[in-house]
Design a protein around this ligand. Structure first.
Ligand code: SAM
Length: 235
């Protein structure tokens, strides 16, 4: 899988090269390109933003910089737009990114992320890109960040850990929260008693059937308590 990120803060994406993501790069499972948007500016100040039409606070990122940047980054080896690319635009006004989105994107060959700052990017940048490639505007949650870089790190981690060969034990993501629609229950490791707190005895029983049933009950209970919205409604 090829991942490209366009940003005015390339250094924000350094963690992409750390830990499991870094190992995935070393193993050739993913390759990553981080591009500085300011490389596509032509003025002495390298300006990427301008005042919003219609007035209001803040600044909007300019289509005249983003357009040529995306033309180049969305291109394939022949210099033409690569029709297989998925362009992802992080924005609080997007559809919610979730585990199902991560699963779907893990089948993509190439994803390009466009990181907004200020009040966001001129909408025509994406309306124009959508004439050539698939575009998804997505939010990582109902809160507002300063920029799209952290959202990209979140989404890339969620997607890349699903790629075969990235996690040491492939089964681990199949048992994670959300993979069966529920939250995962509590986990324990040695010692069996710590600060007077005991590991639930069923986990020490060696009875795999019992353990599986207990885990499922815990998972249901936790979901009911913390995220009832994930459970099917009574009707
Ligand atoms: N004016 C925008 C609005 O109200 O929808 C907020 C812009 S925000 C200050 C600047 C950038 O941060 C956005 O363009 C986006 O890239 C990123 N961002 C902020 N919150 C986000 C979220 N919940 N999910 C994804 N990206 C987010």
């Amino acid at each position: 899988m090829r991942l490209d990120v366009v940003t005015i803060f390339p250094e924000y994406l350094e963690p992409l090269r750390v830990a499991l993501l870094g190992k995935a790069i070393d193993k050739g499972l993913i390759s990553v390109g981080v591009h500085n948007l300011r490389d596509w500016t032509h003025d002495v100040h390298k300006a990427v933003d301008d005042a919003p039409y219609g007035g209001g606070p803040g600044m909007v990122m300019k289509p005249t910089v983003w357009g040529p940047a995306l033309d180049d980054v969305l291109a394939g080896p022949d210099g033409e737009t690569d029709p297989d690319v998925l362009l992802v635009v992080p924005t609080p006004a997007g559809r919610r990114f979730d585990q199902a989105t991560a699963q779907r994107w893990s089948k993509e060959k190439r994803i390009v992320f466009a990181c907004g700052r200020y009040e966001g990017i001129d909408q025509r940048v994406f309306d124009d890109a959508a004439r050539r490639v698939r575009v998804e505007e997505v939010s990582i949650g109902d809160y507002v960040l300063i920029g799209g870089e952290v959202a990209v790190l979140v989404m890339v981690e969620a997607v890349v850990r699903l790629l075969p060969g990235v996690l040491g034990n492939q089964a681990s993501h199949q048992e994670d929260s959300f993979s069966d629609g529920l939250l995962e229950g509590p986990s324990y490791t040695r010692p069996a008693v710590w600060r007077d707190l005991e590991v639930p005895p069923v986990l020490l029983s060696g009875d795999h059937g019992k353990v599986a049933r207990w885990r499922h009950e815990q998972s249901l209970e936790r979901t009911r308590e913390r995220r009832p919205d994930l459970l099917p409604s009574d009707d």
